[in-house]
Write a protein that binds this ligand. Structure first.
Ligand SMILES: O=C(O)CCC(=O)C(=O)O
Length: 272
């Protein structure tokens, strides 16, 4: 635990191998498969598919569904995540314990929890060098956050793992520019350090925690399957989110009755 927190503070990130049990991950994958199945049915009803590809694998079905409409595939799911199978990963006891050491006992799930199906060779799924704080505001360096990212398939350089610049979380919020689909750290800040990037290759069950100030990106997916992943953030709930949305309280000593108690309650809530 000490080395995890030491790495998080010193390098801006720490990898935790095998934290998520198959019993936590399987329901997540199942919910993602259901989301894809629902999309297939909808596209079929809209006349955009002649086959819903029910036998295609988790790693390929979304590719098949959108192969004739490459500009229409979803790149992120957020409001869709209020389904029971996602709760145990967001409220995982080991992660909440770590978050309470790093952030204190009032912990909110920050309002940008996401599932990313990174389709191959698709610019719309290639997340450029950024700091999460760069998407929030110049003042977002005050936010006390612990970011979490976990893969649903093995991730590597070929299928678009993330890359981090160790130590970059100590440099404050740097200027970002709008690129075609994502923000991008200004060249003056990324070019001098880009060669220091480390690849975050991981297996399902592994988790990486990182600072919301860390320079990071998702590499392009050059494989022939989808790189599925899940990312979310815990924030000290005593702070404002600096967004119009408030997230959901997952742990509290002050108002324990107001935390999201279980998967049933989670599924009745909305992305907010
Ligand atoms: O999943 C990716 O490729 C990038 C994710 C990311 O930038 C994030 O979680 O902040």
């Amino acid at each position: 635990m000490e080395s995890v927190i030491g790495n998080f503070n010193e390098n801006g990130f720490a990898i935790l191998p095998g934290v998520l049990e198959p019993g936590t991950l399987e329901p997540v994958k199942h919910e993602c498969e259901t989301l894809v199945a629902e999309l297939a049915v909808r596209r079929y009803a809209e006349g955009k598919l002649t086959d819903t590809y029910p036998n295609a694998s988790f790693e390929t079905r979304l590719i098949r569904i959108y192969e004739d409409y490459p500009d229409e595939n979803p790149t992120i799911f957020r409001s869709e995540l209020h389904r029971e199978g996602f709760f145990d990963v967001f409220a995982h006891p080991a992660l909440l314990e770590l978050a309470s050491i790093i952030l204190g006992p009032e912990i909110r799930l920050y309002p940008n929890y996401s599932v990313r199906p990174k389709l191959p060779e698709n610019k719309r799924t290639e997340v450029l060098w950024h700091q999460d704080a760069g998407y929030t505001s110049k003042e977002a360096d005050v936010l006390r956050m612990m970011n979490v990212w976990t893969p649903l398939v093995p991730v590597n350089v070929e299928n678009g793992c993330m890359e981090f610049i160790p130590g970059s979380h100590k440099w404050g919020v740097v200027p970002h520019e709008k690129d075609e689909y994502y923000l991008r750290i200004h060249d003056d800040y990324i070019k001098p350090v880009e060669a220091d990037a480390v690849r975050i290759e991981m297996m399902p069950g592994d988790v990486v925690i990182f600072s919301n100030l860390l320079f990071h990106r998702g590499l392009p997916n050059r494989a022939s399957h989808i790189r599925w992943s899940l990312d979310w953030r815990y924030q000290d709930a005593r702070q404002p989110t600096l967004r119009t949305t408030q997230g959901h309280l997952l742990h509290s000593r002050i108002t324990p009755d107001t935390v999201v108690k279980n998967a049933t309650v989670w599924a009745q809530l909305e992305f907010s």
